[in-house]
Design a protein around this ligand. Structure first.
Ligand SMILES: [Zn+2]
Length: 466
């Protein structure tokens, strides 16, 4: 409670008035953001990511070359963001845009402890891609779609582009108030809580407020059915196509079980809402605060729906509540999400099934990858991964194998204690590998630094503990 109140004093505050034009696949936005300098004596520049610009030309879209047909099954069309106006404290200002990066040179440096309000007016064109940002037959996936403040930390500004492998995002928590005007036949799932919904002419306006979250995403469509259930103080809502009700209900069930379990195991999910949304999405699942995208293809018979829903739900803790630089240290959220998923299976289905899931979803795929590839280290920046297979093998599989080995060495209870400590210490912040090691050391009184770095930096998997 106290942590969140302190962060709220200085975190960025976004306010957006959005008009959604589905026919034209466009969004018009009026956005203000209040920024407080809590970092440096003075900030002379500010940087924002304009991720929609990554979707401008087919040659450079952030999908690996071999996957572009799948990403654009209805053919390519560009997506981008056009800034129409940018004001700093009501004054026009010059800015430079280099692809997905917006640089603002402030006329008056922003002094420590001071705040400034920036006003943006822009238009976003949504591409027909079945990725995080795009649209298909059923849904518009509106994620990584607005100018988001880049992170400034001890290394300075993080100006990374939109890599095609991994989740190339790194952000701080902020508060969002978002009003979306859309035609009446559209249903909207979004980060935050719906405060009110009202008519304006022949349109509906949906008003969302968030708690401290590190991004704001929304999914919309005309043929989404909705079912909800609660887990403690949180309302969980499942969105799915009308003809997929059976699986929409299953997704709801899995999310509820996962939320109950992780609340208990790691620490409380503090938000009122959690949405699980079946989307036109070909890459599996994707996590956003209070909302996860699940590829609609998973809404069919088989065991994968449960796995992907639980994995994405685990990200509400590892990525959402405890953030990390997903470009430099992706293992922190991905390996922990995989390990959390294994804990879930062991808890609900018993030790034997837990072990079987570990072998089938983690260990064997890793071994299979090793047969015809040379695996690389877990700890690499996204720019060093050649493709999703390389990334999955190192970050998901080998990362989870390391955590299972760690569990074997320190004991499941101690590792749980360490993860609870890590969660509590880094809640709403961005954690690093060093913070993770600190948590291990704290609960065991043993220094795990060499052990963790040996794993993170080696090419092979290390000898498994007997
Ligand atoms: Zn993940």
């Amino acid at each position: 409670q106290k942590i969140s109140q302190n962060i709220m004093k200085t975190c960025p505050r976004y306010e957006m008035d959005v008009t959604f034009h589905p026919e034209e696949k466009k969004i018009d936005v009026f956005q203000t953001i209040e920024i407080t300098n809590d970092k440096e004596k003075e900030l002379k520049e500010l940087y924002f990511h304009l991720y929609p610009n990554a979707f401008k030309t087919f040659d450079q879209v952030p999908f690996p070359r071999g996957e572009r047909e799948r990403a654009y099954p209805e053919g390519f069309a560009p997506g981008y963001i056009t800034l129409k106006k940018l004001l700093v404290e009501s004054r026009q200002i010059n800015f430079e845009i280099d692809d997905t990066l917006l640089k603002i040179i402030l006329e008056e440096p922003l002094k420590l402890g001071k705040k400034q309000v920036l006003t943006f007016e822009y238009e976003v064109v949504i591409p027909p891609s079945h990725g995080r940002f795009g649209c298909g037959q059923n849904t518009f996936n509106i994620a990584n779609w607005y100018p988001i403040l880049a992170v400034y930390d001890e290394k300075g500004w993080h100006k990374d582009p939109y890599y095609s492998v991994g989740d190339p995002f790194y952000s701080e928590v902020g508060l969002y108030e978002v009003h979306i005007k859309a035609p009446k036949d559209y249903t909207i799932a979004a980060s935050g809580s719906l405060q009110k919904k009202y008519e304006e002419g022949d349109q509906d306006v949906w008003s969302f407020n968030t708690g401290l979250v590190r991004d704001f995403a929304w999914i919309t469509g005309t043929s989404l059915d909705v079912k909800e259930v609660s887990a403690g103080k949180t309302r969980i809502t499942s969105y799915y196509p009308k003809d997929k009700e059976v699986y929409g209900m299953q997704a709801l069930d899995h999310a509820q079980n996962a939320l109950f379990f992780f609340n208990d195991y790691f620490g409380q999910y503090p938000y009122d809402e959690y949405c699980v949304v079946a989307s036109d999405f070909y890459i599996g699942g994707m996590e956003y605060p209070n909302l996860v995208i699940i590829g609609v293809d998973f809404y069919s018979a088989g065991e994968f729906l449960e796995y992907v829903v639980v994995h994405e739900t685990a990200h509400q803790w590892w990525y959402g509540l405890v953030g990390n630089n997903q470009i430099e240290e992706a293992w922190l959220d991905e390996a922990l999400a995989e390990y959390s998923t294994l804990l879930y299976y062991e808890y609900f289905y018993g030790r034997k099934t837990g072990q079987k899931v570990y072998e089938e979803a983690i260990f064997n795929p890793y071994k299979l990858y090793e047969v015809s590839n040379t695996p690389g280290p877990i700890l690499r920046p996204l720019s060093d991964f050649t493709d999703w297979k390389d990334y999955s093998a190192a970050v998901y599989y080998k990362g989870a194998i390391m955590l299972m080995d760690l569990e074997g060495r320190m004991g499941k209870g101690k590792l749980q204690e360490a993860l609870c400590y890590y969660f509590k210490k880094s809640l709403y912040k961005n954690a690093t590998t060093a913070d993770f090691i600190k948590a291990l050391n704290h609960v065991t009184g043993v220094d795990w630094t060499d052990y963790i770095y040996n794993w993170l930096e080696c090419n092979e998997i290390l000898e498994k503990v007997a």
